[in-house]
Design a protein around this ligand. Structure first.
Ligand code: MTE
Ligand code: MO
Length: 200
């Protein structure tokens, strides 16, 4: 991977890179397991758990939600950061508007193909910056980067940005997801270097 050292960067750019991270121009591919075969005809997106009425959206219903663009930097716990990403997709808040989440919900477990999960506090999930992306830098997401859609939560380490996402489960407690069960931090703030948990 082509990494750029801090000494080569302007102060403005260096200030955007969290501690212990290095800049990459390429976009590495990282995930557990195989790339899923997704059929849009049978694909659905579910909103379950602590909601007044569970919702299931087809691909066409999901696509009918408003489209939007976000511009941000991403930071992977394996120490690469990639600046200036343009994402097109559907804002998390526009998806949340489709469901009545019960007041006791404090966390959300993101579900993806192959049973993959990641946990987020609702306060980290329900943010203007977050979106479900289907395009990156003007091109449709490739299968290895999460086609047809992935979550993008830019203020936390990139493992929270679930690829091949299929649903949201609202919870009243914080339940570790896949990488969190394997030692990653429950929150994952790159500016605080919340890389790994110390509770086990
Ligand atoms: N469904 C799924 N999403 C996932 C993962 C995974 O294993 N499965 N890995 C996460 C991790 S650890 C990282 S660093 C990013 C990598 O995204 P990228 O391959 O597009 O760079 O995806 C995240 N999303
Ligand atoms: Mo990762």
């Amino acid at each position: 991977m082509a990494l750029i050292s801090r000494g080569q960067l302007s102060p403005e750019v260096a200030a955007r890179i969290p501690p212990g991270q290095q800049l990459t121009v390429k976009w590495p591919v990282l995930h557990y397991g195989s790339i899923p075969d997704v059929d849009l005809a049978t694909w659905n997106f579910t909103l379950t758990g602590l909601v007044e009425k569970p919702v299931q959206l087809t691909w066409d219903e999901f696509q009918a939600l408003p489209h939007t663009t976000r511009f941000n930097d991403i930071h992977c716990v394996t120490r690469w950061s990639k600046l200036d990403n343009t994402w097109e997709g559907i804002a998390v808040r526009d998806v949340l508007a489709r469901v009545n989440v019960k007041p006791e919900a404090t966390h959300v477990l993101i579900h993806a193909e192959h049973g993959f999960t990641a946990n987020l506090a609702l306060s980290d999930f329900d943010r203007e910056d977050n979106l479900f992306a289907f395009r990156h830098d003007g091109m449709e997401l490739s299968p290895e980067h999460g086609w047809p859609i992935r979550l993008v939560v830019p203020h936390l380490y990139f493992w929270k940005s679930v690829k091949w996402v299929r649903g949201l489960e609202f919870l009243s407690n914080d339940v570790p997801g896949f990488w969190e069960q394997n030692g990653y931090h429950m929150r994952g703030d790159p500016w605080a270097e919340e890389r790994y948990s110390t509770w086990w």
